[in-house]
Structures are given as C-alpha cells and as structure tokens.
Design a protein around this ligand. Structure first.
Ligand code: MG
Length: 300
C-alpha cells in the first residue's frame, strides 16, 4: 500500500508545472542532485559580531544569510564586505518595513510603500532572493475587510510592487502565517494563488514549517506553490519554535523535503527560531538533523 501510494504521488507530482520528479525521464538524477541550501537569520549563529557569526556558519557549511530589513539601506556596504570571499550569499530579507499594505489609513499605506521600496532596492543591491512580507497581521488595524474587493486590491498593489522589485533584480515574497498571527493568509497555496493573480514575476510565495501547522500536508503545501512561486522556506522546531530537533520526534520535515527535492527547489531553507539551550551545540545538531532528513527524503 505504501509503495502504491508513493508511486501515485510521484506520478501526480510529475504532472505539476516546474516539477522534476523521479517519475519523469531523467528525473531521478535531478531529485538526487538537489542540494539542501541552509540559511540562518542573523540571530541564529553564536558570535558577538557579524564576522564571528559568519565564521561559525561557514564552518558548518551554511550557505545563506537572512538579515532583517530594518535599516538595510544603511547596511548594504557592511553586509557586502562581510560576505566578500565567503561561500555565503544573502538569501531572503526578513520584512523590516513600517505600515502594511492593507491599511485603511492612507498614511499607514504610504509608510509601507516608502519603507518597503527602500528595503527592496537594498535587497536588489545585495542579490537577495526577495523581501518577505505579510499583507496584514491580526493586530494591525484598521485593516481593509477580508472580502473579494480587498483581494483584488491586494493583487493590484502587489503587481505594482512586484514590477518594482523585478526592476531592482529581486522579488517580494508573501509569507502565510498561522491563524493566531494573521488570519488573512494562512496556506502556502493561498499565498501562491495571490502571487499568481498579482501577475508579476516579482511576486512570490514561501512556506514556514512553523506556520505550516495550518496545513493538512507539508508535501501538498510546498508542492502547491510549485517551483514557479516557491521562493523561500523558514524552519523551526514544531512544538515551540526552537531549534529543529529540540522537540524530538515531532521535528520531522521529511515529507516537506520530498516536495522540495521533487520540485528541484534551488532556493534556501532558512532558520527562523529561538534556542532552548547552548546555542553552538543546538545549532550544530539542528543542521545535522536536517541534512540527515534531507537524505532520508531522497527516493533514490
Ligand atoms: Mg517565518
């Protein structure tokens, strides 16, 4: 039964756009060759300075760095110099703007437009995969009502922002959250559908294994975005959002990793989490756990 189900899933996956599953001709090699590109947000690695953190990351084979967007314009030179000569690139930029895109108050919306575009410009200079954004957190009010007109408005505004990001050489990345934080957009498929309807190559979506507690399937969620829209992934332990592995058996990412491999996902899996003990020990253990599960996910 397990084998038959797996075969059916692979066959179905091979029909999805952008999917290089092992069921397709030559696909086996592609699935086996997809590397796990691990990225850290700035607070993850131990170290007093950025250089110390990057040294630690480099020793661990971490290849992506995800800084916060706040003040990014003033840090472009610092970050470029810190990464010079290293095998680490800027992955995504984590938010950092002010205001929000679905604000009722025009001043708050203007604040979003101004600060977001400044971060997008800096992200382009740094070669980032994109700037992560949430349309509206539950606590951001007054917010446009959750209805069809607002969805159309969101897509129109995202189109303009996406075209701006594309001109800067980067993207904006929609992040679905769990319902406690942002009821407006909770599923990877919904974020991807909004990105599609925004009709700009500069608008993408992402999945966060922590927030993906909303999903019925890690595999289905990530596969639903497809390679065309999936631009970033966040990861944390699945019980209390600490380092992967801190919550024992529930920290299983194999089904999600299978989807990433079958998609030929070539972006980053980035740590966004706290730490419940000795940082150097737990970060190292987490990286080793993810690498082991990435191998386990391979169907070849
Ligand atoms: Mg996240």
């Amino acid at each position: 039964m397990t084998s038959a189900t797996g075969t059916a899933a692979l066959a179905a996956a091979s029909l999805l756009p952008g999917c290089s599953s092992s069921a397709s001709k030559g696909g086996k090699k592609a699935v086996c060759d997809v590397p796990l590109n691990i990225s850290f947000q700035e607070g993850i690695a131990p170290g007093e300075t950025l250089a110390e953190k990057l040294d630690f990351m480099e020793n661990l084979g971490v290849v992506g760095f995800e800084p916060g967007g706040r003040g990014l314009k003033g840090r472009v030179t610092e970050i470029k110099e810190a990464l010079n000569g290293r095998n680490i690139k800027v992955s995504a930029i984590c938010a950092g703007f002010q205001g929000f895109i679905l604000a009722e108050d025009p001043e708050v919306k203007n604040l979003f437009d101004t600060t977001m575009r400044e971060i997008v410009e800096a992200a382009g200079e740094l070669g980032s995969t994109g700037v992560i954004m949430v349309p509206a957190f539950n606590n951001q009010t007054p917010c446009k009502p959750h209805n069809m007109d607002t969805r159309n408005y969101l897509c129109e505004e995202l189109h303009k922002l996406g075209e701006f990001a594309k001109a800067c050489g980067t993207t904006v990345i929609l992040e679905p959250l769990n319902r406690k934080e942002a009821f407006y957009m909770r599923l990877v498929a919904d974020a991807a559908a909004i990105a599609r309807d925004a009709d700009s190559e500069g608008v993408k979506a992402m999945g966060d294994f922590w927030h993906m507690q909303e999903e019925t399937s890690d595999y289905g969620a990530l596969m639903s975005a497809g390679k065309q829209y999936l631009q970033h992934v966040h990861i944390a332990s699945r019980g209390n959002r600490k380092m992967p592995g801190e919550n024992g058996e529930v920290d299983n990412y194999v089904e999600g990793f299978k989807a990433l491999q079958q998609l030929g996902y070539d972006k980053y899996v980035s740590f966004e989490c706290g730490c419940g003990g000795d940082r150097a020990t737990l970060v190292t253990a987490a990286v080793n756990l993810l690498r082991a599960q990435w191998e386990e996910a391979k169907s070849c």
